[in-house]
Design a protein. Structure first.
Length: 393
C-alpha cells in the first residue's frame, strides 16, 4: 500500500548520512567520552564536534550548548533550572497557554510546588502574543518568561526577538526561554539576535535520531544544574554518560539542516500550499491559525491545521491511515488522547471544532504526487464520514 507521510512535526526520517555516522559510533568509536584512553578520547572528540555543529545552527558558542535526552528534558530543565537558581528574585513565571506540554505541564507542576504562573493572553485563532500583553503580565517577582518560537500544532511563528527585547527593557534581569523545537531547521535561529537566555531544540525534528536534544544556556546568569546528579558530565551541569551515537548524529543533522535550511523551507511551503489549496476547496473545511497565503512569514512553512465540519478528527485519521496517509490530530505526545487540543482551545476554537481538527506537516519525504494523493484521500474520507453520520442512515 502506498504511504504518504504528512507528520514531519511529529518526527522525521533519519538522514542517510546521519544514520551512517551513528552506526560508526555504535560499532567503531564506541568509547565512553569520560575515559582518558584513546578510544574514549575519540568518543569525546565526536561529542565536542557535535556540540560545535549544534551551536552553529543556533548562533551560539559551543560552551553554551548542553546535550539532553530531547526537547522535553531541555524544556523541563530550562524552567526548573531558572526558577530554582533565582528564588531570591521571585517566584513568578509567565508562559503562553498553548505551549508544548513539556513546558505547560512543568509550569503547572511548579505552580503546585508554590510558584506563581501566569498564562498570557493571546490573539484569537492565530495565537500571536503582543508585547503589550507580555508587559502587562510581568511583575517585580517575575523570574522567567517562556514563549515558544513556533507552535507545534498551528504553526504560528512568534516574534521572539521583539518580545524578549520588550521584556528586558522593562526588567533587564528577567530570564527568557524559547522552545524552538519546531523552528529549528526551517526558520533561521540566532540566539544573539533573539536575545534569549535559554533555547531548546530536538534532534529528531531535523532528520536526526530520537532521544537527544540540547539546551542553550547563555553565559552570565544564574541557572541551576539539570535533573540528574552523579558523574558530573556536561561540565557538571547534567550527569550521566553521554549518548555519543545520538549526539554525533544530532551534530551532523544540525550541520546539514543549517546548509539546507532555505531549500527545505521552500520545499515544505510548496507542498503545504498545494495541500491547502486542495482541501480548503472542500465545503466545511476551515483553516486553523495564520493564513499562510496572506502572512507566510507568520506560519511554519510545512504546517497545515484544519477543522472539518461534521467529522470527528480521530475518525478522519483512521480513514486516512487506511489509505496510507499519515497525519496527526495535534501534538504526537498527546495524539492518543480523545481530549480536544489545548492549543486550539487556547486560541478560541470551540470544542467541536478542536475535536474535528487535523494537523498535516510536510517535509523532505513529500512530492507533489504525494500531496495530490493526500488531498484525494482527504476528500474521500470527508465524504464517507459525512454520509455515515447523516440522519436516517
Amino acid at each position: 500500500m502506498r504511504t504518504v507521510y504528512c507528520d514531519h512535526a511529529a518526527t522525521t526520517r533519519c538522514h542517510p548520512e546521519v544514520a551512517r555516522r551513528i552506526y560508526e559510533y555504535l560499532t567503531e568509536n564506541y568509547g565512553n567520552p569520560s575515559s582518558i584512553h584513546a578510544v574514549g578520547r575519540q568518543a569525546r572528540k565526536g561529542v565536542e564536534e557535535a556540540r560545535a555543529q549544534v551551536a552553529a545552527l543556533i548562533g551560539a558558542q559551543p560552551s553554551e550548548v548542553f546535550f539532553t535526552s530531547g526537547g522535553t528534558e531541555a524544556d523541563n530543565w530550562a524552567l526548573r533550572g531558572a526558577m530554582a537558581a533565582n528564588r531570591a528574585k521571585g517566584n513568578h513565571l509567565i508562559i503562553t497557554p498553548y505551549e508544548h506540554h513539556a513546558v505547560l505541564d512543568t509550569a503547572l507542576a511548579l505552580q503546585r510546588e508554590g510558584y506563581e504562573v501566569t498564562l498570557l493572553d493571546v490573539e484569537p485563532n492565530t495565537g500571536i502574543v503582543t508585547p503589550e500583553a507580555l508587559l502587562a503580565a510581568m511583575r517585580p517577582t517575575t523570574v522567567l518568561i517562556s514563549v515558544m518560537a513556533v507552535n507545534n500544532e498551528i504553526g504560528t511563528v512568534l516574534d521572539i526577538a521583539g518580545l524578549c527585547a520588550a521584556a528586558k527593557a522593562k526588567d533587564p534581569g528577567v530570564i527568557f526561554h524559547t522552545d524552538a523545537v519546531q523552528a529549528a531547521g526551517y526558520i533561521p535561529l540566532d540566539v544573539k539576535a533573539l536575545g534569549v537566555d535559554l533555547l531548546s531544540i530536538s534532534s529528531h525534528k531535523i532528520y536526526g535520531p530520537k532521544g537527544v536534544g540540547a539546551l542553550y544556556v547563555r553565559k552570565g546568569f544564574r541557572f541551576a544544574p539539570g535533573l540528574t546528579t552523579g558523574g558530573g558530565q556536561e561540565r557538571k551541569m547534567r550527569s550521566g554518560t553521554e549518548n555519543v551515537p545520538g549526539i554525533v548524529g544530532f551534530g551532523l543533522a544540525a550541520e546539514i539542516a543549517a546548509r539546507e535550511l532555505e531549500r527545505r523551507a521552500a520545499h515544505a511551503r510548496e507542498m503545504r500550499d498545494l495541500f491547502l489549496r486542495g482541501v480548503l476547496a472542500i465545503d466545511g473545511v476551515r483553516l486553523n491559525g495564520v493564513d499562510p497565503f496572506v502572512h507566510p512569514e507568520l506560519r511554519h512553512p510545512g504546517n497545515a491545521n484544519v477543522s472539518v465540519e461534521g467529522v470527528e478528527g480521530e475518525a478522519m485519521l483512521l480513514r486516512l491511515d487506511m489509505a496510507g496517509v499519515c497525519a496527526s490530530s495535534g501534538s504526537a505526545c498527546t495524539s492518543g488522547s480523545l481530549e480536544p487540543s489545548h492549543v486550539l482551545l487556547a486560541v478560541g476554537c470551540s470544542r467541536e471544532a478542536a475535536q474535528s481538527s487535523l494537523r498535516f506537516s510536510f517535509g523532505e519525504e513529500n512530492t507533489a504526487e504525494d500531496v495530490q494523493y493526500a488531498v484525494e484521500q482527504f476528500a474521500r474520507s470527508v465524504e464517507f464520514l459525512r454520509k455515515l453520520a447523516a440522519p436516517g442512515r
